[in-house]
Design a protein around this ligand. Sequence first.
Ligand SMILES: Nc1ncnc2c1ncn2[C@@H]1O[C@H](COP(=O)(O)OP(=O)(O)OP(=O)(O)O)[C@@H](O)[C@H]1O
Ligand SMILES: [Mg+2]
Length: 273
Amino acid sequence: MLEVIGLSHAYDDHAALAGISFDVRARELVSVVGPSGCGKSTLLRAIAGLIRPAAGEIRLAGRPVSGIPAGLAVVFQDYSRSLLPWMSVRDNVMFPLRRRALGRAGRRRAADAALAEVGLAEAAGRFPWQLSGGMQQRVAIARALAYRPSLLLMDEPFGSVDAQTREDLEDLLLRVRADTDMTILLVTHDIDESVYVGDRILVMGRAPGRVLADLAVDLPTARDRIETRELPAFIRLRSAVGRLVRDNAPGLVAGGRSAPDARSGHPQPDRPG
Ligand SMILES: Nc1ncnc2c1ncn2[C@@H]1O[C@H](COP(=O)(O)OP(=O)(O)OP(=O)(O)O)[C@@H](O)[C@H]1O
Ligand SMILES: [Mg+2]
C-alpha cells in the first residue's frame, strides 16, 4: 500500500531525514516512535505530499506521490490550527465530506456518528474555541475517521487528552482497524501505546532520522487494555523499544549522551501522568 524508498529531507542545510525506507501493507497499523526532532512529522508531511523530499520516493498503491493523495486523512500534531474556528464542530467534521455523494443529511449522520465515537456527541453545535485542547484534538480525530480514508496519518493524536480518554481512543483505533480497510501510520511518543495498538513498530533514531528497527508486534489481534499489557510478549517488546529509544535519544545533559539512569535519558516506557 505504502512504500517509502530512500527518503531524505533537509530544511535549508539542516538534515531532518537520512535515507528512510519501509513498506506498509494495506490494513496494517504501523506505530512510529523516536526521539523528539528525529523527523517523524517531516516523514508524515512527505507522505501527505505537503513537502517534496530532497531525495527518495514515496509510492501509494504503486504510484509515486506528487501532491496530496486522494483518500488520505491526516491528524496533525498541532490540532489547534487544524480546525476552522468559524465553523461549528459538526460542520468541521462534515467539511471533508462535502464532495461525497451522501446528501447533507447523510453527511450530518456520518459526522454525528464520528463525534459520538470520540465521546463528543454533545459538542456538535459548539465552536472549536469553546472546547478544551483535548476536545479539539478529538474533533480532529472524528473528522479524519468520518472521512473513512484509505490511508490515515496520525501525528501524536492523543497527546493532550487525559489518560482515561486516551485509553478509550486507543481502543477506538483498534476497532477502526478491525472494522474498516484503513491503513494507519501512528506517530506516538508513548512506547506502551505503540505496542498496544500496533501491528508493527518503526523505531527511528535521533536526527537526522533513519529507521533503527522495524519490529513485528507478535500479539493476538484482539487486544484488551489490561490483559494485553500483562502478556510476557507485550512486556518484552515494550522493553526492547524503550531500550532502543533510550540508547539512541540525544541526551539533554550537557556533554552529550546522558547516563541511562539520568532523568533526561529515561525511555518513559509508561505514559506520563
Ligand atoms: N519547517 C521547518 N523548518 C526548518 N526546520 C524544521 C522545520 N520543521 C522541522 N524542522 C527541523 O527538522 C527536524 C525534524 O523535525 P520534525 O518536526 O519532523 O521532528 P519530530 O520527530 O516530529 O519531533 P517531535 O517529536 O518533537 O514532534 C528538527 O530538527 C526540526 O527542528
Ligand atoms: Mg512531530
